[in-house]
Design a protein around this ligand. Structure first.
Ligand code: HEM
Length: 482
């Protein structure tokens, strides 16, 4: 089933099929397809079908007037996608959000880490700061996760008792924001001057950067001029940003000391901490947990029973404690987290400029890309590639990654902007939060199944991903207590 071989190795280079259409008009027309007429998945899948190729020339949103050039070479299968991870082949300067870049006025005047290419010296300094911060706080991850998410589940139960339904996303936003501050700095933002307004301020600031890529479900004639044509003015979110910055400046004192030792100014480091924590971490968990919860809910009681047995068994063996060693023994739990990250990667778009003339190989051919052209990957197409994941590629298969055979597929899990079998470093652009994310995903499953034998939920869509509401929980009838 798992195969990365080209089928019938072609000898000649193929021309990349596809069309950009007429200047401006073509890009606007495609943008409307992307947001309104087809939707994201269909937009890419239909072009793969139309041109009979997983490497195609297409426009990507937002197009005029925010992006100078919407034209990309899209790599849409598991074999071609990893060209985006190869730092010898692609440059990743200023393209974290794609063909447009939000104003640096939204990040204190700095180009923060996510927009830096590894060839820029500041990239290594900031990334090292984040590695050091995460390492210095690693023993706090389990206790802070547990205290914050136990409260979340208690709130779920009281909402269920009141109204028979509990909106998970809202509770998750509040909890994840506090958890991250607690885990990284030992200070819950809600207990500071920032108060309970942190998640709302953070969400507003996120929208100012991501509005070109989202739809709020409003009529097209309102959204097009408001969200997809011009940047929202940064001054409207300045006060929110300053309030967040103040929290990091105070709570992140130790991290800022570390930053100075690495040769960064406190100011540049603080804007970077804010970004890595609020955009990367909080933005990530806002999407990760609802997606994971929805997949586990959808899999039903049979999976719940297996997770209960695995989680409670490992915790009992660890003397009733949730330890890192206990979590490491939970193979199904880990597979469930990876499977959810495969099926619903929280960050779906990746970009890179070709550093030189390149050859890009898909399953079906080898294509010539010219120096300077923009390569683009829509991750769901690559991580749901049936030629790697077989007939169940589009389904949630909880134990897909269990065992020796299962672990061979991990090289095709790309959520972190790198293979799951590789590690982030100061020399690449792979997510420095990779291990943290897979750990908290597992802790989330652990918390659920220490507390519940099973649960039910309603699933819908949200601005950035999935929306989930609990509709019922069955409290644990046995277990290690923890
Ligand atoms: C980069 C995903 C959590 C910090 C990235 C990239 C992806 C990603 C796809 C590469 C973007 C690109 O250049 O194309 C995610 C997801 C997360 C998550 C899905 C959670 C579910 C975190 C956390 C941190 C973090 C917890 C905290 C340290 C960063 C930073 C970069 C990055 C600083 C830029 C890396 C570089 O410039 O080398 N992340 N991330 N992310 N992520 Fe994460």
């Amino acid at each position: 089933m798992a195969s990365s071989n080209t089928q019938g190795s072609p000898s000649a280079l193929k021309t990349i099929p596809g069309s950009y259409g007429l200047p401006v008009i073509g890009a606007v027309r495609d943008r409307l397809d992307f947001y309104y007429f087809q939707g994201q998945d269909k937009y890419f899948e239909s072009r793969v079908e139309q041109y009979g190729s997983t490497v195609v020339r297409i426009n990507v949103p937002p197009g005029p007037f925010m992006a100078k050039d919407p034209r990309v070479v899209a790599v849409l299968d598991a074999k071609s996608f990893p060209v985006l991870f190869d730092m010898d082949k692609v440059e990743k300067r200023n393209l974290f959000t794609g063909t447009y870049m939000p104003s640096t006025k939204l990040t204190g005047g700095y180009r923060v880490c996510a927009y830096l290419d590894p060839s820029e010296p500041t990239h290594a300094k900031v990334k090292q700061l984040l590695f050091s911060l995460l390492l210095s706080r690693k023993d706090e991850f389990i206790p802070t996760f547990r205290s914050n998410f136990t409260s979340l589940l208690a709130a779920v139960e009281s909402e269920l008792a009141k109204s028979g339904k509990a909106d998970f996303n809202t509770l998750n936003d509040v909890t994840s924001f506090d958890f991250i501050g607690d885990a990284y700095f030992g200070v819950r933002p809600s207990a500071t001057e920032l108060g309970k307004g942190g998640p709302t301020k953070a969400a507003k600031w996120l929208i100012w950067q991501l509005h070109p890529l989202v739809t709020l479900g409003l009529p097209m004639f309102i959204e097009e001029p408001l969200l997809h044509t011009f940047h929202l003015p940064p001054f409207l979110v300045k006060g929110d940003y300053e309030a967040l910055y103040k929290y990091y400046w105070t709570a992140g004192k130790q991290a800022l000391d570390m930053a100075e030792d690495l040769g960064l100014s406190r100011e540049e480091a603080c804007h970077n901490l804010l970004f890595a924590t609020t955009f990367n971490s909080y933005g990530g968990l806002k999407v990760l947990f609802p997606g994971l919860l929805a997949n586990i809910a959808g899999a039903g009681e049979k999976l719940h029973e297996r997770l209960v047995a695995e989680v409670r068994g490992a915790v009992a063996e660890a003397g009733g404690k949730v330890t890192l060693a206990a979590v490491e023994r939970m193979e199904l739990t880990k597979s469930v987290v990876w499977e959810s990250l495969r099926l619903d990667p929280p960050v779906k778009f990746q970009y890179g400029h070709a550093k030189k003339d390149l050859e890009v190989a898909s399953h079906d051919g080898v294509f010539q890309v010219r120096k300077g052209e923009m390569l683009f990957g829509y991750q769901p197409c690559a991580t749901k590639d049936a030629r790697v994941f077989g007939a169940t590629a589009k389904e949630f298969v909880p134990d897909r990654f269990v065992g020796e055979e299962g672990s061979k597929l991990l090289q095709y899990v790309y959520w972190s902007n790198g293979r799951e079998t590789e590690d982030p470093s100061v020399d690449n652009k792979q997510c420095p939060g990779k291990n943290f994310v897979v750990l908290v995903g597992r802790l989330f499953v652990v918390e659920l199944f220490l507390r519940y034998d099973a649960f039910t939920a309603e699933v819908g869509t949200d601005l950035l991903g999935t929306s989930v509401s609990f509709t019922g929980v069955t409290k644990a009838t046995s277990g290690p207590g923890s």
